[in-house]
Design a protein around this ligand. Structure first.
Ligand code: ADP
Ligand code: ADP
Length: 232
């Protein structure tokens, strides 16, 4: 059963003379374990699709069906790492465990050390364990994005939404992080929707590539990609 089914979902922003059809009626079936890359020019509706999947945005017409799990737990990461500057890296990564249900109720009961172990295991996996006590400003951009990915994954989401997470990084660091993200995905197998402008990134990481076009936004092509591919 698919994790999310978009049935004739369209999005119009604004109303009256200001109305913009941002996404024309779209059917999309997202299977559990898919790694979908959304590619296409600015304004084609990539972020709109992510907002729909996160339920931050309701469709203007049509419906989304969430199947297979009781409630879909979502993790998100954006181009800017948005780490809280006054907290250590470990506490930043731990944040979703405090604020996302069902953890909130459990939080008081569970020992800090249980969370710490889970966070530290993730930090270790991305090579940041020795930076756990550092503040965000003490890390490089690439390291901050590693922490950002850990924070998005720490509550073991069913669905990971990534909006150009490596867009602000230099090419070398970006390609390094492809390996990091691939390892994280392979070890946990969340369903991923990744917005990217980088076709090589899409080809390296995704099991499915959706090519979109603007005015109005729509999915032009939806291709499965063989996986795993050799790293180079
Ligand atoms: P992308 O992520 O591919 O750049 P978006 O999903 O952000 O595209 O936007 C799709 C279209 O909807 C664009 O034409 C954009 O200008 C428009 N749009 C996005 N958000 C809003 C908004 N809050 N209000 C009005 N128009 C919007
Ligand atoms: P990334 O590829 O994660 O952006 P960099 O290329 O900036 O990292 O840094 C390469 C290595 O240098 C890092 O893996 C880390 O071991 C070390 N490093 C970077 N910034 C710092 C820092 N502020 N303090 C200590 N070591 C650092």
């Amino acid at each position: 059963k698919p994790l999310i089914q978009f049935r004739d979902v369209s999005v119009t922003y604004g109303d009256g003379a200001d109305a913009t059809l941002a996404l024309s009626p779209t059917n999309l079936s997202i299977e559990q374990g898919d790694f979908i890359a959304l590619v296409g020019p600015s304004g084609c509706g990539k972020s709109t699709l992510l907002k729909l999947a996160s339920e931050l945005l309701a469709p203007s017409s049509g419906a989304l069906e969430f199947c297979g799990v009781e409630s879909v737990r979502v993790g998100m990461a954006f181009q800017s790492a948005n780490l809280l500057p006054w907290l250590s890296i470990r506490k930043n990564v731990m944040m979703p465990l405090k604020i996302v249900p069902p953890y909130k109720a459990e939080y008081r009961k569970k020992r800090y050390n249980e969370y710490k172990d889970r966070v530290d295991q993730l930090l270790d996996q991305v090579g940041l364990l020795s930076f756990a006590e550092k503040q965000p400003w003490q890390l490089s951009g690439g390291m901050m994005q590693r922490a950002n990915l850990c924070r998005a994954l720490v509550h073991e989401p069913d669905l990971l939404l990534l909006d150009e997470p490596f867009g602000a990084l230099d090419q070398f660091t970006r390609e390094e992080l492809w390996g990091t993200l691939q390892d994280l995905w392979l070890s946990k197998k969340p369903t991923v929707m990744l917005v990217t402008h980088d076709l090589r990134e899409a080809a390296y990481l995704a099991t499915r590539i959706c090519v979109m076009s603007p005015r109005p936004g729509r999915i032009l092509e939806d291709r499965s990609v063989s996986f795993p591919r050799p790293r180079s």
